[in-house]
Design a protein around this ligand. Structure first.
Ligand code: NAP
Length: 248
């Protein structure tokens, strides 16, 4: 009984910490877009699950795409409008070179070193934002996760009381910092907080907004649908300078 209580208290404390440390999103767009035409986009995390979808769907939409990859050989897609550049988000020089000459940056950055304290997401994002400011690149769309800031608890009971506090606390700590870094920038940014990701097909009939997700059930969404929604945020101002959730 005592053990269960300690378990629950710890899980609750982690949730509260993620809620407080994550970004508290306003529910209304905070700024007007510069209205700049977006033709060339840089995709960060391009070799990952969502990233590959972002690249493929951005090409389908007619964008000129640069895929930023630590290992370009992992990019199996070839296309006349696709350019692949090698780089690590923790290398400010590589990030600076990659960002310039683009109109927007879309990030699906993530990693698997979830038990090792790291600042890949926050520091990598800081490098991206700095380069964007230097080169006048205004629009930034970034995938984070449901469970942060004012979406805390909306990942469902299993994630809130087990996955997040016992498997992902270190990883989410950096993610919450990443959200803060984005929100502190003066760019045209949108934070996209998906539920649990799947490799399902693009359906297009997902829910988005500030009060989606569930305090009870695990809500999922395919990476293909997340990519679809993220690319829409390049030209849609509804969620500008806010963090919106997305689930099926
Ligand atoms: N899994 C879920 O259920 C879930 C739920 C909600 C939110 N999310 C979040 O959604 C995002 C996308 O997840 P995903 O599973 O689609 O992506 P993923 O497969 O984990 O891919 C992450 C991408 O980030 C890249 N990356 C990692 N470290 C890098 C570095 N230092 N420099 C440059 N690139 C780097 C990886 O490159 P390499 O290929 O070289 O490793 C990869 O392309 C992540 O932030 C994840 O935490 C996931």
């Amino acid at each position: 009984m005592m053990k269960l209580l300690v378990f629950l208290l710890y899980a609750l404390a982690v949730s509260v910490a993620m809620a407080l440390r994550g970004f508290w999103s306003p529910v209304k767009a905070q700024t007007k877009s510069s209205g700049r035409r977006i033709e060339r986009i840089l995709v960060v995390g391009a070799t990952g699950g969502t990233g590959r979808e972002l690249v493929a769907q951005a090409l389908e939409r007619g964008y000129e795409v640069t895929a930023f990859a630590r290992d370009p050989t992992k990019m199996h897609l070839t296309h006349p409008r696709l350019n692949v550049v090698r780089g690590d988000v923790l290398d400010p020089k590589a990030v600076d070179m990659a960002v310039r000459d683009h109109d927007a940056v879309v990030s699906a950055l993530g990693h698997r070193r979830i038990f090792i304290p790291s600042r890949i997401q926050s520091e990598g994002t800081r490098n991206l934002l700095r380069a964007m400011e230097t080169h006048g690149v205004r629009r930034f769309v970034c995938e984070t996760s449901l469970g942060l800031g004012n979406s805390a608890g909306r990942m469902g009971v299993l994630s809130t009381f087990f996955v997040l506090p016992f498997i992902l606390p270190i990883y989410f700590w950096d993610k919450s910092h990443q959200e803060r870094v984005i929100a502190a920038s003066g760019l045209e940014w949108v934070i996209v907080r998906p539920g649990v990701l799947t490799n399902g097909a693009k359906r297009g009939d997902y829910h988005h907004g500030f009060d989606v997700g569930s305090y009870i059930w695990t809500k999922r969404i395919s990476r293909a649908d997340v990519a679809d929604f993220m690319l829409k945020q390049l030209t849609d101002d509804q969620y500008l300078q806010t963090a919106t959730a997305i689930v099926r």
